[in-house]
Write a new protein. Structure first.
Length: 410
């Protein structure tokens, strides 16, 4: 019987993992550069926690199970809910609490292009800071990470939940239920959304009014709404983002599907592709879980989608130097030890293969540098290092292996 990975999951062989590590390490470096500190939480949480504030739509996507003591548990579907629990359980964390988290999350979603049931996120959040400045900070940090990964052709879509909620309130429509339909506009189109709204009991006049509103401009919204709070918050965030030279598009149809958002919401899109980064303000969640009233905002980078967009090449291996052994195992071990101590990734034969077989292995794995170690090299105290990519060779004295560092760094 041949076993396969579960649907919606994948194996990552070394070449793929090097690209993943680049994205993850770049995100970590940028997040810390922006003053965010690391946090980690369990892969599974109490099911009641995961479903408490996330809305009905997410329940079908949670990997839900009972443990051997009949406890209701679920795999985390994002990092925001666990973060809220952490803040509630640690009320004296200095505010603002600027944290980042990297790791896998799970959603029982239908796998498709760029969509998996197990996937990685890279989140930054600011807890305890009100206002658009914190919203702009997490978005600008995410944009900096994208640029450090070599991306440039992206833009930020923004909206504010208070704007659409105020409009729906003026029509006496229940916001969460309607928002879930509006959130599908980009995926299923106008007609399908209208049909959903009709099935939810929304009248034809109200449906047309909703569709006109979400396709309008921020000026149109300002002319219609008496409550301008959401508009003011949105404009302030846009102004700050533009000062960072970040391209921004206001889109009143972008509402984000999760129920916990309360203010500014945002997505980062690569031109011509799916959303790769998204988030928003969720000022009521921590209080809803029994904590003190605490404002919060954050953004999540979809690591798997970013990997598909990164254009850099990383080769097949992280090994810098291969030491080919020709009846000189002890010397090979000694040289490998010295190379590793100065930070040069080194490998040697552990199978007792012939020199020709070792060379075949070096070529198949794409290792750049080769050193053959035999009796001649040992007696002379000089080895020849060969660049397997261009054929260039250099003599290196065994007492001066540090010179190899310069070759590796070129």
């Amino acid at each position: 019987m041949k076993f396969q990975t579960p649907r919606g999951t994948r194996d990552f062989l070394p070449e793929a993992m090097m690209k993943r590590h680049f994205v993850i390490d770049t995100a970590r470096t940028v997040f810390e550069n922006w003053g965010f500190d690391p946090l980690d939480t369990p892969a599974f949480e109490e099911y009641a926690l995961l479903t408490a504030k996330s809305g009905e739509a997410i329940k079908d996507e949670i990997y839900h199970f009972k443990d051997k003591s009949d406890r209701d548990l679920g795999l985390r579907f994002d990092f925001t809910v666990p973060l809220a629990r952490v803040v509630v359980n640690n009320p004296d964390i200095p505010k603002p609490f600027r944290r980042y988290q990297l790791g896998p999350v799970w959603r029982y979603d239908r796998p498709g292009s760029g969509r998996y049931r197990e996937f990685w996120q890279a989140d930054v959040d600011i807890v305890g800071a009100e206002g658009a400045s914190a919203d702009a900070e997490v978005v600008a940090c995410a944009c900096d990470a994208l640029r450090k990964m070599g991306m440039s052709n992206f833009y930020v879509r923004v909206n504010n939940r208070k704007i659409i909620n105020a409009f729906l309130g003026s029509l006496n429509l229940v916001a969460p239920d309607i928002l879930r339909s509006i959130d599908k506009l980009e995926k299923i189109g106008d007609d399908a959304v209208k049909e959903e709204l009709k099935e939810k009991g929304v009248g034809s006049d109200e449906i047309e009014a909703v569709m006109d509103f979400v396709k309008g401009t921020i000026k149109d919204a300002g002319d219609i709404l008496d409550d301008k709070k959401g508009i003011e918050e949105l404009k302030e965030m846009v102004s700050i983002l533009e000062s960072f030279q970040i391209p921004v598009k206001i889109d009143l149809s972008m509402v984000r599907g999760l129920d916990y958002y309360t203010g500014n919401i945002f997505e980062i899109n690569q031109e011509g592709s799916l959303t790769i980064t998204a988030g928003g303000r969720y000022d009521k969640m921590i209080e809803g879980f029994g904590g003190r009233p605490t404002s919060a905002t954050g953004i999540s980078l979809g690591v798997d989608r970013l990997i598909n967009l990164v254009q850099l090449e990383f080769g097949k291996t992280k090994t810098h130097v291969y030491l080919a052994n020709v009846k000189s195992k002890e010397k090979v071990l000694e040289i490998a030890k010295q190379l590793r101590e100065i930070g040069i990734n080194s490998e040697y034969d552990v199978m007792g293969r012939s020199l020709s077989k070792q060379l075949e292995y070096v070529n198949s794995k794409g290792i750049k540098f080769l050193i053959v170690v035999g009796e001649k090299e040992i007696s002379s105290g000089v080895v020849k290092i060969r660049n397997m990519f261009n054929g260039n060779e250099k003599d290196i004295e065994l007492r001066n292996l540090q010179r190899i560092r310069d070759l590796v760094d070129e």
